[in-house]
Ligand binder design. Structure first.
Ligand code: FES
Ligand SMILES: [Fe+2]
Length: 462
């Protein structure tokens, strides 16, 4: 049976709520993998993870194993990690430096650019066999922006530029306007798994409502430090009467890309030491710093470089928070892996790069104030979803106060669920396009939902 005929996705996602089934139904997971991860642009890795020829890291697009490798010509390639003989993976180490990939099963060997270079006892294949026909398969479309490498398993579709749209400017800010070779991903990975659906981590990363509660101890400590030693920036931004004392807004960037704009420093106040001054160590870095200072003022530019410039989701699963690149990897309907890669910039002095890493660890490290709280919540949500007598999750917060900013983008308050609604709109657009509602099974989803609602109303009326 062709996947994707089971559900009427338009009926499962309403403007102000979504249905539990989207997080618990294995058929829906299969459709997502086939459609969202099988056709669209998916972030794979940053060029800074493979700075030298032969450097490689193992990645995934959806569930397909991929090797991201820098070849001898300096080009970053995405090769499917599947031997062209009988499908064994040809690379088993998660990262390293290689001269070639040799399959452990029967010894076929592939160059860094994927070409098949050697076969043991090749005469057994006869004269019509050509090695050039059996290189490792490249991901059909590969494109990069500021060193962020994306792949698409579909040979056709919108360009990466079209997919990123306005969100590209957030990638510019994340890397401090740096060239790809100035972005370093050399500080290791924080990695965690949880027993829950992948979309819980995606939605949560752009949820400005939860920190005061889920991260209560962090927020209390942060506010204490800000109150006892406020910076000039905090003095002007800080309003203790507001829900979010620093103000800030949520913003829909289009195509499912969304952001939270906190507008002030989050993590620095936890570091007691005086913060080192930001300065550039290269001419290109000096240009970047000058440009950031021109746009944001020199104090804010320095803060942004020390603790990160944006808080953005690139649909479907790339998240940029603080100085970290975060990737949410779906494993199954109720199993997810999350990888956090803190970054440094080559043109910043070492002491500033060290501050970037300390700010990251304070909230996101494995023994941190924050990241662990969220994982606990994901598992509680997944457990709660099992109670589906009333199966809708409410996402209406702040709908009545959505507004346009000067760029024409839809914005809301920082704690509004504008971001979740925008993510789901894109999810629905993509899934409905691939799985139109006219199929027999889609009609049956609709009638099942209608029947559920009638039964629920009957039960609650008793
Ligand atoms: S499966 Fe790779 S050489 Fe046989
Ligand atoms: Fe959180």
């Amino acid at each position: 049976m062709k996947a994707g005929k089971d559900h009427d996705y338009a009926a499962l996602i309403k403007s102000d709520r979504v249905h539990s089934r989207l997080y618990v139904d294995p058929q829906i997971f299969a459709d997502e993998i086939q459609t969202i991860f099988g056709r669209g642009w998916v972030y794979v890795g940053h060029e800074g993870e493979v700075p030298k020829a032969g450097d490689y890291v193992l990645k995934r697009i959806g569930r397909q194993p991929v090797i991201m490798v820098r070849d001898h010509d300096g080009r970053v390639r995405l090769l499917l990690n599947r031997c062209r003989h009988r499908a064994a993976t040809v690379c088993a180490e998660e990262r390293g430096n290689a001269r070639a990939f040799r399959c452990a099963y029967h010894g076929w060997t592939f160059r860094l650019n994927g070409e098949l270079s050697g076969i043991p006892f090749p005469d057994a294949y006869g004269r019509n066999f050509h090695k050039r026909d059996f290189g490792l398969t490249s991901v059909p479309r590969v494109a990069s922006y500021r060193g962020f490498v994306f792949g698409s398993l579909s040979p056709a579709g919108v360009t990466l530029e079209e997919h990123l749209g306005r969100a590209a400017r957030e990638l510019d800010l994340f890397v401090g306007l740096s060239r790809p070779e100035d972005v370093e991903v050399r500080a290791g990975i924080n990695k965690y798994d949880y027993r829950g659906n992948w979309k819980l981590a995606v939605e949560n990363s752009m949820d400005g409502y939860h920190p005061n509660f889920t991260h209560q101890s962090f927020v209390a400590e942060l506010l204490h430090k800000i109150r006892s030693n406020p910076s000039p920036e905090h003095r002007s931004a800080f309003n203790p009467k507001s829900f979010s004392p620093g103000g800030g807004i949520s913003r829909d960037l289009g195509n499912g890309h969304v952001m939270l704009d906190y507008g002030f420093r989050m993590y620095d106040p936890l570091n007691r030491d005086a913060l080192p001054a930001v300065r550039a160590t290269t001419p290109a870095g000096a240009q970047n710093l000058a440009e950031l200072a021109r746009r944001f003022g020199s104090e804010r530019a320095a803060d942004m470089l020390r603790e990160g410039c944006t808080h953005t989701l690139i649909f479907p699963n790339l998240i940029l928070i603080g100085v970290q690149i975060r990737v949410v990897q779906p494993i199954s309907i109720n199993q997810t892996q999350v990888c956090l890669y803190p970054t440094t910039l080559k043109w910043l002095p070492e002491e500033v790069n060290a501050i970037r890493l300390r700010c990251h660890e304070a909230f996101f490290g494995s023994a941190s104030f924050g990241g662990t709280d969220d994982v606990e919540i994901f598992e509680r949500v997944q457990a709660g979803l099992m109670a589906d007598v009333d199966p809708w999750l409410l996402l209406s917060r702040g709908m009545h106060r959505e507004r346009r900013d000067e760029e024409g983008l839809t914005v809301g308050d920082i704690s509004d669920e504008l971001t979740q609604r925008a993510i789901w709109r894109q999810w629905k657009r993509v899934m409905v396009q691939e799985h139109p509602a006219g199929s027999r099974r889609a009609r049956s989803t609709r009638s099942r939902l209608a029947r559920d609602e009638v039964e629920h109303e009957r039960a609650t009326a008793k």
